[in-house]
Design a protein around this ligand. Structure first.
Ligand SMILES: [Zn+2]
Length: 474
């Protein structure tokens, strides 16, 4: 076959496909893309060139232009460059408000590390590139675009809907959620919060797998282990009197120790609902670990614990992360110390973890103290109404993918709300590939189709959560 016609044919197909994709964009998609571009191109890093307030103000301008009253669009915060946006769409007062959350700040990105300008929205080969495209300006966009669209459509929710776009989730001293809880609780008080910056709508090998709703996080706590000894000249060592040996032996005992397996509502739901997505052997372990047969559950937990991720879901973990000791090469040590980093299950207590460490170290010369201030966040009880809504949308939009409760090993701003008594649920809306997580890294990106689908998803999601009963029951 002559190659030329083939190439020409291919070009025609390619051109018409890209035309079809362009043509498929609705006015709402164009609108969302415009908001996304504006947010990506405002540098909101915690650096001298970054400014969260600029982004909050840019969104506030859009809200005011859409007809939101001035008092319903607040740009507030502790510092000139760390202001948060809080906007309110008034409802019919049937229930406490729902809070929707995203953060405006992003992790620093250096032009020299990237293959393009990180503060320009680049659309290349089906992906949007730019700092914040996946963490979490796509989430901010889903919320802003739909709050504005719903207002424009004259839709009135059953209850107030609050949008908070905040500062310093990634770092910095002015965490917006903490600041709002402390200073303007009235503005963000809600029955619960939906956080776009948690949970996972998972894609693997190009296939959408599940809708993960984050209900909880493990609690982070550091312990300082410390041993003192008398010291002295290293030419005259004293048996049994060496801080380094005491600490090292205690740490060896810790290395061999595992906290007991402890499941909760979320991890049970996770193992139950994702078993079908696993290989037969892993699926059997998922089912056994939540089953009633104790021996089988223990065996399954042992198998699963070989994988660091499953191990972390099953139990509190504590691991040595830093070590220090001694003060001179020719002196006996007077101090040896280690940092042990623990990730506690939400149902575990600080007291239990601390006393367990003390018991396992088994040496009363090793002191165990908590580093810094520790405030644990409880898990948010799974809210059946939200799960039901997500399942309905999953059936309608994604062929009925499972809705799976997830507990994260990392931390999100949902933690502060949970501590303050406002349950928080992570619902990203946008699907992303589990093997292509570039958040905080170079050439951060998100699929173009995934982005627009996320915008459409949140339109339906918000309407279903706060629609009239007849709509919600659909
Ligand atoms: Zn984030």
């Amino acid at each position: 076959m002559n190659k030329l016609p083939f190439v020409v044919l291919w070009l025609i197909i390619a051109a018409s496909c890209s035309f079809a994709q362009q043509a498929a964009l609705t006015p709402e998609h164009h609108f969302a893309r415009d908001i996304f571009k504006e947010l990506i191109e405002i540098n909101t890093t915690d650096t001298p060139s970054g400014n969260v307030t600029t982004a909050a103000e840019a969104m506030a301008v859009r809200f005011r232009a859409a007809g939101f009253a001035a008092e319903d669009v607040q740009v507030i915060g502790p510092l000139p460059n760390k202001k948060n946006l809080v906007a309110r769409l008034h409802g019919r007062g049937q229930g406490k408000p729902i809070l929707f959350l995203g953060h405006l700040d992003v992790v620093e990105a250096l032009r020299k590390d990237w293959s393009m300008d990180p503060f320009k929205l680049n659309e290349v080969d089906g992906f949007f590139y730019g700092r914040g495209t996946s963490d979490i300006k796509q989430g901010d966009t889903e919320l802003v675009a739909n709050f504005l669209r719903l207002k424009k459509e004259g839709w009135v929710p059953s209850r107030d809907l609050i949008l908070a776009l905040t500062a310093d989730e990634e770092g910095g001293e002015s965490n917006g959620v903490q600041w709002l809880i402390k200073n303007h609780r009235d503005l963000i008080g809600a029955e619960y919060c939906i956080n776009t910056d948690a949970g996972n709508f998972e894609t693997k090998n190009g296939k959408r797998l599940l809708l993960g709703m984050q209900t909880s996080e493990k609690n982070y706590v550091d312990f300082r282990l410390e041993v003192k000894s008398n010291g002295g000249h290293s030419s005259r060592p004293v048996k049994g009197e060496n801080a380094i040996y005491h600490l090292a032996q205690g740490l060896s005992r810790l290395a061999e120790f595992d906290f007991p397996v402890s499941l909760n509502e979320t991890t049970r739901g996770f193992f139950e609902r994702t078993a079908a997505l696993e290989t037969p052997a892993t699926a059997a372990d998922f089912r056994a670990v939540i089953g009633n047969d104790k021996a089988k559950a223990e065996a399954a937990a042992r198998h699963l614990s070989a994988a660091p991720y499953f191990n972390a879901l099953l139990r509190t973990t504590c691991v040595a992360t830093r070590l220090e000791g001694g003060h001179a090469n020719n002196a006996l040590p007077q101090t040896a110390a280690a940092n042990v980093n623990c990730r506690m299950l939400p149902q575990d207590s600080l007291q239990n973890v601390q006393s367990t460490l003390t018991r396992v170290l088994a040496d009363n010369r090793i002191s165990v103290s908590v580093v810094g201030e520790f405030v644990p966040a409880p898990a948010s009880a799974i809210n059946p109404a939200i799960v039901h809504t997500l399942e309905g949308l999953s059936a309608r939009l994604y062929g009925g993918l499972p809705v799976v409760p997830v507990m994260d090993n990392g931390a999100s701003d949902g933690k502060y709300l949970r501590i303050a008594g406002i349950p928080a649920y992570g619902v990203p809306g946008v699907f992303s590939d589990v093997d292509d997580d570039r958040a905080h890294g170079r050439d951060e990106r998100i699929g173009v189709k995934d982005f627009y689908d996320g915008v459409d998803f949140y339109y339906e999601f918000i309407k279903a959560l706060a629609g009239q009963p007849a709509t919600a029951a659909r």
